[in-house]
Design a protein around this ligand. Structure first.
Ligand SMILES: C=C1C[C@]23C[C@H]1CC[C@H]2[C@]1(C)CCC[C@@](C)(C(=O)O)[C@H]1[C@@H]3C(=O)O
Ligand code: AKG
Ligand code: FE2
Length: 393
């Protein structure tokens, strides 16, 4: 990615101190990185170089991620359902990550979703910028997050958009298809349809997983499913261009997802790493499996019984890598509060204050770069900035 100044940015912008917002975040200065050009340079811009202690190690051992076959549960087999619920509970207590197979999602749809990523991210930068993410918003196209952070920039481009299931049986919504045609034009109607179908499949799968998670915590299978039935989720396409210094940068920095549940599909290239037992472990690609992990919001919903898990993505110098991440999120104004059955059992008090996803998402987009402490930082921020939202502890 070379540094291409937009016409509106004066040449001196580099020499000026990067203006910071009161939260210490870089104000957008019009800098844009273009992946299609930088790869011909021998080095990478300093903003992408991560501190020595945070750089990827050359070869990390593979993580034997628990593999959950949900075929029996989907066909209503009671014994298979109990086994799937037990295995998911064990995985969430031990790692916070698991693989789901026999999920029933058409492999052709998954392949189309990958293929249309190649089409979109292969466009000239100026075309992709028609979907440019606006400051403070989480949807749109972002190239290396230059407008958000001033250092430790992730080596990736992303396209993120909203998804919510149709509101009633009479009306089917085309929220994703409309996003693509409104943002990129009629030529993108078919790819918008593919991502609309993909998000609908992801939403259905996430509700199935929510049933299993509820059962694994001794709750009725409808408890969490009902909470997320009218989800307002985020679909994110991650595109990691090849990097000539893959040892100096990261595709996505270490973090726990602030969302509730992530259903990720990575391509054949590999690069997802999970921090388990104090070391980074790689998650080997498996095209017929989805990688599922608990996020911070579900950690709060489970009253900390299940933990959101630290993970990151590394890049390579040979080929691009792609991943599709569906982030399940509750309807914005719903209050996230652990069910009473999970409070004060085994001496476990209510750990987190009640909050809404609207407020937590705003925190990650405007005030804090999500990392491994996002939920704790958010709780502190709530106390200082939104005391009225805090119910008495
Ligand atoms: C709510 C979200 C914020 C991020 C996208 C979703 C869930 C994961 C978050 C993120 C990927 C965690 C690492 C840092 C981040 C800035 C990124 O690298 O993209 C995060 C996303 C974001 O804030 O855009
Ligand atoms: O690309 C990957 O494998 C991980 C991406 C990720 O963790 C995220 O987008 O939250
Ligand atoms: Fe993540």
């Amino acid at each position: 990615m070379t540094i291409v100044r937009l016409a509106s940015t004066v040449a001196s912008s580099f020499s000026l101190p990067i203006e910071q917002t009161k939260e210490g975040r870089q104000k957008p200065d019009g800098l844009v990185f273009d992946a299609s050009v930088l790869q011909h340079r021998p080095d990478i811009p300093k903003q992408f170089i991560w501190p020595y202690g945070e750089r990827p190690s050359p070869d990390v051992p593979e993580l034997p991620v628990p593999l959950i076959d949900i075929g029996g549960f989907l066909s209503g087999d009671p014994l298979a359902s109990m086994e799937a619920s037990r295995l998911i509970g064990q995985a969430c207590r031990e790692v916070g990550f698991f693989l789901v197979v026999n999920h029933g999602i058409d492999e052709g749809l998954i392949s189309d979703a990958h293929r249309y990523m190649d089409s979109f991210f292969g466009l000239p930068l100026v075309e992709k910028q028609r979907a440019q993410r606006k400051v403070g918003e989480h949807c749109g196209y972002a190239s290396s997050f230059t407008g958000r952070f001033s250092s430790k920039l992730p080596w990736k481009e992303t396209l993120s958009f909203q998804y919510s299931p149709e509101t009633s049986s009479s009306s089917s919504n085309n929220i994703v298809e409309d996003y693509f045609t409104n943002t990129m034009g009629q030529d993108f109607r078919h790819s918008g349809r593919v991502y609309q179908d993909y998000c609908e499949a992801m939403s259905r799968l996430s509700l199935v997983i929510m049933e299993l998670l509820g059962m694994s915590l001794g709750l009725d299978r409808e408890r969490f499913r009902g909470f997320f039935e009218d989800n307002e989720s985020i679909m994110r396409l991650n595109y990691y261009p090849p990097c000539q210094r893959p040892d100096q940068t990261l595709g996505t920095g270490p973090h726990c997802d602030p969302t509730s549940l992530t259903i990720l599909h990575q391509d054949h290239v590999g690069g997802l790493q999970v921090f388990v037992d104090n070391e980074w472990r790689s998650v080997t690609p498996n095209f017929s499996a989805f990688v599922v992990n608990i996020g911070d919001t579900f950690m709060a919903l489970s009253n900390g019984i299940y933990k959101s898990c630290l993970h990151r993505a590394v890049v390579n110098s040979v080929r691009p890598r792609k991943s599709l991440a569906f982030f399940l999120c509750p309807k914005y104004d719903k209050v996230v509060s652990a069910p009473s059955e999970l409070v004060d059992v085994h001496g476990r008090p209510r750990i987190y204050p009640d909050f809404t996803w609207t407020t937590f998402l705003e925190f990650t987009q405007k005030h804090y770069r999500a990392d491994m402490n996002t939920l704790r930082a958010f709780t502190n921020w709530l106390r200082q900035n939104k005391p009225s939202e805090l119910l008495p502890e």
